[in-house]
Design a protein around this ligand. Structure first.
Ligand code: ZN
Ligand code: ZN
Length: 177
């Protein structure tokens, strides 16, 4: 039987080269085929004027409802500032053991913190957040290993300190050798 796929959905016109590189690393980390899709997403319905941010939980529901044959995990990529009610902002959000996740590059950009723009750093962070949220979809919880991608991150500095890889304990949990 053919393995089901993880679908990486660019919902806001992300650069094709960046997405190709994410697809490759995601497939490598989870040992599943990853398929890239473009989606014309009207984000305006999810804007919260009071917070001037976008409602990640509602966006997550829409991603969950997108149907792609052969897909069992879907992750939507966005550019807007995402929130969930209990937090000031989030880098990403996924349902534990669920079929969908959302990630935004908004808070991952150096220029937001008064630093020089860096495509390279942004892409590295984006990759780590996507792999992290995908890990949650595969049932992984936060890991204490300081370099494991499943370590929780509150600030971009936390993301920078970890690797983009699952540690051996997390890999064992997924049955990946
Ligand atoms: Zn997490
Ligand atoms: Zn780990």
């Amino acid at each position: 039987m053919e393995k089901q796929s993880i679908i990486l959905i660019s919902c806001d016109h992300f650069d094709k080269d960046i997405c190709a590189s994410i697809v490759e690393d995601l497939a490598h980390e989870f040992h599943y085929p990853v398929i890239f899709k473009d989606y014309d997403f009207d984000i305006s319905d999810f804007y919260h004027p009071g917070r001037r941010q976008y409602d990640a939980n509602s966006i997550l529901k829409v991603v969950s409802q997108m149907s792609y044959p052969g897909s069992f995990k879907k992750i939507g990529l966005f550019r807007v500032d995402l929130f969930i009610p209990i937090l000031t902002y989030i880098f990403g959000q996924a349902i534990l053991n669920g079929d969908s996740g959302v990630v935004s590059h908004y808070r991952l950009r150096n220029e937001l913190y008064g630093l020089a723009q860096s495509k390279e750093i942004l892409n590295e962070r984006l990759k780590k957040v996507i792999i992290h949220e995908t890990g949650h979809m595969f049932g992984l919880i936060h890991c204490q290993n300081p370099v494991c991608v499943m370590r929780s991150s509150t600030y971009v500095e936390d993301i920078d300190q970890k690797s983009q890889n699952l540690c051996s304990k997390c890999r064992a949990e997924l049955g990946i050798s």
